[in-house]
Design a binder for this molecule. Structure first.
Ligand code: FAD
Length: 402
C-alpha cells in the first residue's frame, strides 16, 4: 500500500500555505492535497468587493494554479478520517494512507441556521460577503440605497474574521456619507454579542465610528429569521421575562451566517468540547494523535480565525511536521497571533493585531501609527500589499510580507 509522507485535508488558505512551506523546506516530500473545489478563494478580498474596491474576479483563481507543482491533488471531499490506522477515505471510497495528516478544512457556514435566509440571499436586498459571488451584490445594494433602513448582523458563535460584519458596514456608511445621503439612511448593527470587539483596546475607536456615522448598536440581539419578500428580519433577545422576538423592516440586509466546526471533526473523534479540532495551542499537534496537525480556522485554538493567523501558524506547523517525520518532538510554538484590518473609512484602517493573551502585537512602526489608531499606511497594507502578498507570498510558503 502506498503511504504519503503528508496528506493535507483542504486546499484553502491554510492547506496551500502548509503544502508550499513544507515543499520549500523539503522538496522531495510526497504530499497529497484533498480539496473538492475547482477554485481557490481570497476571502479577505470579499470585504473590498462588497465596497466596490476590488473586482470579484480578483478574489479567486483556479485551484490547479495555486497548488504547488509537486503535490498530488485529489479533487474530492474527505469522508472519513481513521486516526489510529492513519488513513482517510475520500468521497469516491478511495483510501489514502499517511505518515502525517494536516487538517486544514476551515469552518462550516451554517446558512440554514437562519430561517428563510437561503431562499432570499442574493435578492430582496439581502446579501452576505461570506458567500462567494454575493459580495458584488452587497455593493449593488449599497449603491442603490439612497434612503431607508440598512441592517447589518453578527452571529453569536465564533466567526472567521470577527471584524468583517462591521467592516462592510463602515465602508457602506462612508459611501453614503460621501454621496450625501447618510442622513436619510437609518443604519442598525444587530450584534449577537455583548461587546463590539473581542479585544477591549479597540472598542473605543469603533464606538467613535458608530457615533460618527450615526449607527444604532443593538447588542445581544440575534437574527433568527428573514422574510425576504416582505423585507422583514426577526431578532431574538433576552428580555426580563425570557426570550423575546421582534421584527424589523429593512431595505438592505447584510447577514453574517452562524459558523461552526465541520461535523467530520467530531464524527471522527478528533474534536474538543466545542467540536473544533483538538490541537495543542502552541505546537498545533493533535492532543491524542501525534501524527495529526491542524492549521487555520478548523483549530480549536483561541486565536482570531484569520488568514493572518495562518501566516503565523505556517512555519510552526511546517517545522513540527518535519520533526515528527524524522521521529523527533515538535518544538516550535505558535503565540496566537491574528490580525483583523478594520476598514473604518475609505483610506483608513485600524489594524487590530493581537495574540492568545489579548496582548497587542502591532507590526507597523509605533512611532508612525498607534496600535489602535486609524491609519493610511494600514489601508495601503490591506488594499494593496495584502492581496499581492497572499497570492505571491503566503500561498508560496513565505512568511515575510516584503
Ligand atoms: P479556508 O480558506 O476556508 O479553506 C478550507 C478549505 O477546506 C476549503 O477550500 C474547503 O473546500 C475545504 N474543505 C472543506 N471540507 C472539506 C472536506 N471534507 N474534504 C476536503 N476539503 C474540504 N482574514 C484575514 O487575515 N484578514 C482579513 O481581512 C479577512 N477578512 C475576511 C473577510 C471575509 C468576508 C471572510 C469570509 C474571511 C476573512 N478572513 C480574513 C478570514 C480568512 O479568509 C480565513 O481565516 C482563512 O481563509 C482560513 O483558511 P483555512 O484554510 O483555514 O480555511
Amino acid at each position: 500500500h502506498h503511504v504519503y509522507d503528508v496528506v493535507i485535508v483542504g486546499g484553502g488558505t491554510a492547506g496551500i500555505a502548509a503544502a508550499a512551506s513544507l515543499l520549500k523546506r523539503h522538496p522531495r516530500l510526497e504530499i497529497a492535497v484533498v480539496e473538492p473545489s475547482a477554485n481557490h478563494y481570497y476571502q479577505p478580498g470579499w470585504t473590498l468587493v462588497g465596497a466596490g474596491l476590488m473586482p470579484y474576479e480578483q478574489t479567486h483563481r483556479p485551484m490547479i494554479q495555486v497548488l504547488p507543482d509537486d503535490v498530488i491533488w485529489y479533487q474530492q471531499r474527505v469522508r472519513t478520517i481513521a486516526p489510529r490506522r492513519r488513513w482517510i477515505a475520500l468521497g469516491s471510497g478511495q483510501q489514502l494512507q499517511y505518515r502525517v495528516l494536516i487538517i486544514a478544512m476551515g469552518l462550516t457556514l451554517n446558512w440554514k441556521g437562519i430561517e428563510g435566509l437561503e431562499e432570499t440571499l442574493g435578492s430582496n436586498g439581502v446579501s452576505s460577503n461570506y458567500m462567494p459571488e454575493l459580495s458584488p451584490y452587497t455593493w449593488q445594494n449599497i449603491q442603490a440605497l439612497t434612503t431607508g433602513r440598512a441592517l447589518f448582523t453578527q452571529p453569536l458563535e465564533t466567526i472567521k474574521c470577527a471584524g468583517a460584519p462591521q467592516k462592510t458596514m463602515y465602508l457602506a456608511c462612508d459611501h453614503w456619507r460621501k454621496a450625501g445621503v447618510l442622513s436619510n439612511v437609518d443604519v442598525h448593527f444587530h450584534n449577537s454579542r455583548a461587546s463590539l470587539f473581542g479585544i477591549d483596546a479597540f472598542v473605543p475607536v469603533l464606538s467613535k465610528y458608530l457615533e460618527h456615522y450615526g449607527i444604532s448598536h443593538h447588542s445581544q440581539e440575534e437574527l433568527v429569521a428573514v422574510d425576504g419578500t416582505h423585507r422583514q428580519a426577526f431578532f431574538r433577545y433576552q428580555g426580563d421575562q425570557g426570550l423575546r422576538e421582534y421584527e424589523a423592516r429593512f431595505d438592505m440586509l447584510h447577514v453574517v451566517p452562524p459558523q461552526c466546526a465541520p461535523a467530520l471533526i467530531s464524527d471522527c473523534g478528533l474534536a474538543d468540547s466545542g467540536g473544533w479540532l483538538d490541537v495543542d495551542p502552541g505546537t498545533l499537534q493533535h492532543t491524542y494523535f501525534p501524527t495529526i496537525f491542524g492549521i487555520g480556522d478548523v483549530c480549536g485554538t483561541g486565536n482570531a480565525k484569520t488568514a493572518a493567523a495562518v501566516r503565523a501558524q505556517m512555519p510552526v506547523v511546517t517545522d513540527n511536521v518535519l520533526a515528527v517525520l524524522r521521529g523527533a518532538m515538535p518544538k516550535q510554538k505558535y503565540d496566537g497571533y491574528g490580525a483583523c484590518p478594520l476598514t473604518v473609512e475609505h483610506g483608513r484602517v485600524v489594524l487590530a493585531e493581537f495574540d492568545y493573551s489579548g496582548e497587542l502585537q502591532p507590526s507597523l512602526p509605533q512611532w508612525l501609527v498607534g496600535s489602535t489608531e486609524p491609519s493610511r499606511l494600514a489601508w495601503w497594507v490591506k488594499t494593496q500589499l495584502m492581496p499581492r502578498y497572499y497570492w505571491n507570498g503566503l500561498l508560496k510558503g513565505r512568511k515575510r510580507l516584503l
